[in-house]
Design a protein around this ligand. Structure first.
Ligand code: PEP
Ligand code: MG
Length: 867
């Protein structure tokens, strides 16, 4: 049995909430303890009381304790209580809504649910209210305004938050400290915001937040509820980064000052909008990066002289392996980045009377760097440079961050450091702090060190470190590529990038990808000398030093694939629709620019990662219309929401699942949220009609014919012209013939079909070889589906990442695929590959590959037929 502890500033509030919850209970119910109010009957929280309450529940026999807290110091007191308690029963602090969550938890705990399940129930408890109140309009996150000391709860609904925001600050020492951050008598606003953008509060969002708040007369304090990190001045971008705020984190916001309310409203607006990033800047685990990572783990190698496995080859054995971070092949002469500024010597302290001037020169150098970066940003005007421009602006904002320049200046004034040495130490300390936090923040450390080199270069009168100034094509090899440099690569003759450090989500990698430059991260790249010719494959992660002529010829053939002209066909004229996978209008436009024949997969869930409430019909219509508009008269296949597993959507709440990939994802989420499916189908049909198009819609994660039949009937009732499903489960593959009896088309999601066939989580790099799309078991299942499609005379698409693989494309066609749908950049290579082979060769290659017993044999067998 799970016990519950209720922590509140107000005993009356806690008692009333419990009373309400108790109305729902049947039987004995779960043990519940209150830790609310102060001993003298006042408002406040006390860590010792919370600890006692936890111990009391534990000694009543609870095997786990869920703790509800109202605001501010209630959370702090509870965290402290975890140190003070004497029991060792597992305890979970929940951010669930106080009243609804408590009701749900008490019912669920009373029914004997586990701690995970009780917590999930509580945390999902707001969903019914949200969807009821939403009514087609987005409800803004609430916030309350109160004057310090006012204490009166303006309404019953706001009592827990507004009252606490104003009065909790008398309850404990910690709370009293909080009160100090408020401006006496000035309005104070509190709120809690959820970070929904994929990359959290990284440099760009931090820059835009700092810029927006900097214009207001408000002091904004943020606290990350996950990490406990606090930032007292949210106008400092560098400070914001130390929050280590990631997607899904909740931030407690307190603002004081004349513009406090506006500041909180702006913050809420930016956060709700994913800081303008939505899901578009996700680290692409679902598309390119997933494949890159899989291919990298399977094939990654850095070799010399083109002989993988040769002793002395870099990147072999136990060394870290190379990884493709931007697809494509490049061959060129290595040019290394100029070394960063050397560490300035500490030297003797500056005389007192020279220090003010020294500090002023630090300010001037930061400003000069900021101006230079801003000027470069302005030059990037093409829409496709938008990412690059945003990052340059973020780096410029870092340079303009007063906190960094002030820190360096202080070191000049107080310690008498030379300006260059002071900048070195200040930025090094900051970079080290970021690096220590790991993950994406560690990747930002490179940007800070880059800024350090630039500022020191300004101070010492040498040119800023930057990209090589070459007119002939080159492969850039960088020990650490800063975002600011990566952003300018498109203006140089660079044909490919090798980074010794970084990851697929580093800003540099994001920019390089957006520029369409092939890139690998190769830990051994430090050993590659200037002037050497290298071949790099950004899909496989391969880096070959001094490749043989034959190898270069092969790779060059791939690298210079002519642009796709708009009709996919084999050498003997067999037509294969070459389509694109998109997540939003941008991708559709890019696909249309590259002459895609339509959209084979519109991953609609990507548009809604940032939503806490279900998008309304009208909003969805606006999102879908431009995708139809980009392909007039062409196929556009819209997939209904594939929520769940690694793609949770806040408005489709889920219970905790031991195996989320095998849980309620895809079409299964419609069981509990049928209205969401209905609204989406209606919106798709309306969007198609508005663009004079016909809607093709498919459902993800179909496992049975019954599910497919039901989906088809619902979709047709909504007026969907063509109904299909994804073939992502082995069950769907082997029943493809029956599925096609009730459907117009199917599309094979090889990413999931591989993971479910091989029982290997697609997110796990260590199992990447099992998710290899050349696995014969996978190929044989695809063959079953292809044969079913041919027998029924109905289309069979492939929209998993396998479709983007130019070597595999002929095999997929031979197995029966009638269309291939891929990221836009893959179109040219796949089209070229198909154009070089006949349909009969495709069939023969498919048979040979499917008959193999390993991916390597399958590759070799297909290559032998297609050679
Ligand atoms: C797939 O599973 O192959 C697919 C295309 O769907 P997703 O990658 O979005 O799961
Ligand atoms: Mg899938």
């Amino acid at each position: 049995m799970i016990g519950i502890v209720v922590v509140s500033h107000s005993a009356a509030l806690a008692q009333a909430a419990l009373e309400l919850a108790s109305q729902m209970m049947h039987g004995d119910g779960a043990p519940v303890e209150l830790a609310a109010g102060t001993d003298d009957g006042g408002l406040g929280t006390d860590a010792m009381r919370v600890a006692d309450a936890i111990d009391a529940v534990a000694s009543a026999g609870a095997d786990g304790v869920l703790v509800f807290m109202d605001l501010g110091s209630a959370v702090l007191s509870t965290e402290l209580a975890l140190e003070l308690r004497s029991s060792d029963t597992p305890v979970r602090l929940t951010s669930a809504p106080f009243v609804e969550g408590l009701v749900a938890a008490i019912v669920s705990a009373g029914a004997g649910a586990s701690l995970d399940a009780v917590a999930a129930e509580a945390e999902g408890a707001l969903a019914p209210k949200l969807s009821h109140l939403d009514g087609g309009t987005e409800s803004a996150p609430s916030h309350e305004v109160s004057a310090p000391g006012a204490g009166a709860a303006p309404s019953a609904g706001a009592a827990a938050s507004a009252g606490a925001a104003a009065t909790a600050r008398t309850g404990s020492g910690i709370a009293a400290d909080e009160a100090d951050s408020s401006v006496g008598g000035a309005p104070q606003t509190s709120a809690r915001v959820l970070l929904v953008n994929a990359a959290g509060l990284h440099a760009r969002p931090a820059a835009s937040l700092a810029a927006v708040l900097g214009k207001l007369d408000a002091r904004v304090t943020l606290r990350n509820l996950r990490t406990g990190n606090v930032v007292v001045d949210a106008t400092s971008m560098s400070a914001l980064l130390t929050l280590d705020a990631r997607r899904g984190d909740e931030l407690d916001v307190t603002a004081t000052g004349a513009d406090a309310q506006a500041a909180v409203a702006e913050l809420e607006r930016l956060a709700a909008d994913g800081f303008g990033e939505g899901a578009a800047h996700a680290p692409e685990p679902l598309a390119e990066t997933g494949v890159v990572a899989a291919a990298a783990a399977a094939e990654q190698q850095v070799v010399r002289n083109g002989r993988g496995g040769e002793p002395g080859g870099i990147g072999l054995g136990a060394e870290p392996r190379a990884m493709g971070v931007s697809p494509g092949v490049a061959v060129g002469v290595v040019v290394r980045m100029a070394p960063a500024a050397p560490e300035p010597l500490a030297g003797a302290p500056l005389p007192e009377d020279a220090r003010a001037e020294g500090a002023a020169s630090v300010d001037a150098a930061f400003e000069a760097v900021r101006d230079g970066l801003e000027r470069r940003a302005v030059r990037l005007t093409e829409p496709r440079s938008a990412d690059a421009r945003a990052v340059l602006e973020a780096t410029a904002a870092l340079a303009g961050d007063r906190a960094l320049a002030t820190d360096a200046g202080r070191r000049v004034i107080e310690a008498g450091l030379s300006p260059a040495r002071a900048v070195w130490e200040a930025l090094d300390a900051y970079a080290t702090k970021l690096a220590a936090q790991g993950g994406m923040l560690a990747e930002r450390a490179a940007d800070v060190r880059d800024l350090r080199g630039r500022v020191i270069a300004r101070l010492t009168g040498v040119p800023e470190p930057g990209l090589p100034d070459r007119t002939e094509p080159f492969v850039l090899v960088a020990d650490e590529l800063a975002a600011a440099d990566a952003a300018l690569l498109g203006t140089t003759a660079c044909v490919g990038v090798v980074m010794a450090t970084g990851g697929p989500t580093s800003h540099a990698a994001i920019i390089v990808r957006s520029l369409g430059l092939p890139a690998v991260v190769a830990p051994g790249a430090g050993a590659v000398a200037d002037g050497v010719t290298v071949l790099l494959d950004g899909t496989t992660g391969e880096l070959v030093e001094s490749p043989s002529g034959e190898r270069v010829a092969q790779a060059s053939a791939r690298a210079v694939a002519p642009p796709f002209r708009g009709t996919g066909r084999t050498a003997d004229g067999h037509h294969i629709d070459l389509l694109v996978n998109v997540g939003a209008a941008d991708g559709a436009h890019h696909g249309a620019e590259l002459h895609a024949e339509g959209v084979g997969l519109f991953r609609t869930e990507l548009a809604f990662f940032d939503r806490t409430t279900a998008p309304s019909l009208d909003e969805q219509v606006e999102i879908y219309r431009p995708v139809f508009a980009a392909f007039p008269g062409r196929t556009v296949v819209v997939r209904t929401l594939d929520a769940g597993s690694d793609k949770p959507l806040a408005f489709l709440p889920q219970a905790a699942e031991p195996n989320p990939a095998l849980g309620v994802r895809g079409i299964r989420s419609a069981r509990a949220s049928r209205a969401v499916l209905d609204t989406q189908l209606a919106a798709i049909v309306r969007a198609a009609q508005a663009e004079h198009a016909e809607a093709s819609v498919m459902a993800p994660m179909i496992a049975t014919v019954t599910e497919a039949r039901k989906f088809a009937s619902v979709a047709r009732d909504h007026g969907v012209a063509r109904v299909g499903v994804m073939i992502e489960t082995p069950a769907a593959a082997v029943t493809a013939a029956e599925l096609l009896d009730v459907l117009d088309f199917v599309s094979i999601g090889t990413n999931d079909l591989a993971q479910y066939t091989l029982a290997a989580d697609r997110e796990l790099a260590v199992l990447a070889e099992l998710n290899d799309p050349w696995q014969p078991a996978l190929l044989r299942l695809i063959r079953i589906v292809g044969a079913a499609g041919a027998a029924a005379g109905k289309p069979v698409g492939v929209c998993g990442e396998a479709a983007a693989n130019p070597s595999l494309a002929p095999v997929l066609v031979g197995l029966g695929a009638t269309s291939l749908s891929m990221m836009p950049n893959a179109l040219a290579a796949v089209a070229a590959s198909l154009a070089g082979v006949t349909r009969a060769q495709c069939v023969a290659a498919a048979e040979a590959a499917a008959a193999a017993t390993s991916p390597a044999d399958a590759r070799a067998a297909a290559a032998a037929v297609l050679a």
